[in-house]
Design a protein around this ligand. Sequence first.
Ligand code: ADP
Ligand code: ZN
Length: 804
Amino acid sequence: MSPDPHSETSLFPSAGSGTSNENSGLALPNTGYARVALERSIDSGEGGFTYAVPATLADLSVGDRVTVPLGRGNKPAAGVVVELLDEADPGIKRIKPIASRERSASSLPDDLVTLAKWVSAYYCCPLGMTFGSLLPAAVKRATGTRQRTQVRALPGLDVDSLPKLTKLQRAVLDAAIAHTVGDGWIDPKDLADAAGAKSTSPVNQLLDKKLLETRQQQRIVSDLDLRAQQAVSAATPPELTPAQAKAVESLRASVGQGFGVHLLHGITGSGKTEVYLRAIESLFASPGSNSDGSEEDYNGGGVIVLVPEIALTPQTVGRFLSRFGGASGGGEVAVLHSGLTAAQRHAQWQRIRDGHARVVVGARSAIFAPLPKVGLIIVDEEHESSYKQDQLPRYHARDIAIKRGQLAGCPVVLGSATPSLESYHNAKAGNFGLLELPDRVPGAVLPKVEIVDLAKERQERKGIHLLSHRLEAALKANLEAGGQAILLLNRRGYANYIACPDHRCGWMMRCDHCDVTMVYHRNAALPTGGLVRCHHCNAEQMLARLCPECGRNVTVFGLGTQRVEEEIERKFPGARLARMDADAMRTAKDYQQTLDAFARGETDILLGTQMIAKGLDVANVRLVGVVSADTSLNFPDFRASERTFQLIAQVAGRAGRGMHRGTVIVQSFNPNDPAIQLAAQHDYVSFAEQELQTRTDAGLPPVGRMARIVLRDTDDLANKKRAHELARALHKANDQLNLGVRLRGPSVCPIARLVDHYRQHIELIASPPQGAPAIQKLLTTLRNSGQLISDTHTAVDVDPVALL
Ligand code: ADP
Ligand code: ZN
């Protein structure tokens, strides 16, 4: 769902005054006015509060971060300048001046300010809060920088009328005057050395005499060493396949030619990354038709490459470093992900802001990287739901990428083997160009996929077997042949139900705080052998041995990765097995080590949740097993089929990347489900067509557009009441403005209670021709009238991807 190019102005009510204008501040001369979006204020109005610009800040610009006095107590508050004005709104009587400005190095480029305004309006997030999350905390706090004092001779010093100086003082002053590098600024110690002084006391004496001046300079002391990652990959680019060459040619032709979105639909192992790399090369080689010719303007601009967090491995980064890293280690590449220390993040941000890094590789939030100019944006695995942020602002990085590309006037490339239906629909409708890589790179072919009917297997074998005969035999043969295997089960823990075996009793262990069942986790270190955990609030309890209702011995059932692990250990005691899920992988390092060991061939079987389905490119993987294809299929979410298709197609894509043709075995109780069948046939287009028809018939996304409002409260009744009031207000505005938005609810959310909060939701759906603008209009109307406020009790989610 590409953000609609509605005009910014129509989305922003011209906002004006705020509480900050009640008392006037000092009577300083000022040079105009500025609107400042305050970080902490819940709703400062879309355009921020008006402040006077003091003469000392005459060069203030949009994007600068400032401190302003707020409220009666003039408490200092942080904010970002979003607009400069010659005249203040005459309605505002007394305007306070801006107190101070932060380091200019941390100011935001203009287009990011415009982007933030759009995000704030489109995703219903207060503007100041949007800036709050757009700027890393490490940058705001200047983490990892050290203050250093520098001195220089006072400019315009008249050497003929100096006061009386000692010989040493005179020598230091002469050295200071002689030092002309960097505007004359120099460390006191260096200056003393240059004059042959043993200490800095003559420097201090000259400062006292006001013959030298000082400044505080901030220096970033920590940086990320990317050299280690660079060694990982070979630097010789392969010869392009004809399909790759064609895609590269199209992208080359569009670089520097303004905004446009290209969907790169390339099957797993078709070499999409190589296409990205060549597109970047052509941007850097282009004369930069967008360039305004100014000196710091590097040709056509820089590049943002978004990768799902989980796929942001040294291998991935290494591929970009090997082309654009230069000899110095980091070179032109900057990396942004959650594994960085605060100081590293700050250092990377600053390199990008200063124009020293032209290629930014990062996870979701890297779409806000402060490149002075953007020439190309690439979103790899664009279908990934992790691109959606689940807290304020609830943005989708793929959609922001499109908006940013539009603002920057540059091409945007969305790549995937299993494009989201949103992007597929946009390509079909002609909004996006379509580039296709229908084959794997030379030497590799798509694996053969077999489906095992678990219902039949259960009948034949009596009892429950985690591994079907077929999968077990294939694992055995693969181990003997020296191949590696991947086993997927998208559920962690040991068993996800703890229940009374008597159906008439029906007791089941549930979380005390959430309306979900508890999951049993084995833990050999505990005297009880394990415990029971809620996957939503992490509450833990001891496993109940007896049913509290009828006293029978409880049973655990349902599948989790731990149970499969146990089964593999039992069946294949000699195999080297690694389990990769959120429980086993506590840190990014665990994850890295497990992947590296697997890539080096030190693990025979890699078992895990969806985190193993992404990006892994290991030639010796000859077998992939999907232990249960049903985990995502029965979800109460209209995207359940799409997610199932994507998961199977992606994990299947890990097999057969080398010389050995791979085999994929998919176990399911729904072997005839179209999502499973078509994934087995590698038939993305048939799946997408079918699914698009189903969605269209139901008026659902991508053709229909959607927003969801979730209301939560510890008081169920109060929550319901509030939900009904909000629904009434929505209906009223919808009718008055004749918007044609369909309103569903309020109703209880699929998860009725979460962390002791009861949950109600209202869904807003609009089909063409109304679509997204109608939803925007409705939400904005209620925001402006104060009837809809995004806070801890009310979550507005535009284009939601999670519906529980
Ligand atoms: P995808 O992202 O489409 O699944 P990758 O970009 O990971 O595929 O490429 C798969 C593998 O193929 C990588 O190891 C890559 O180095 C290699 N590769 C890419 N293009 C070519 C090519 N033209 N010839 C040979 N190998 C290639
Ligand atoms: Zn819970």
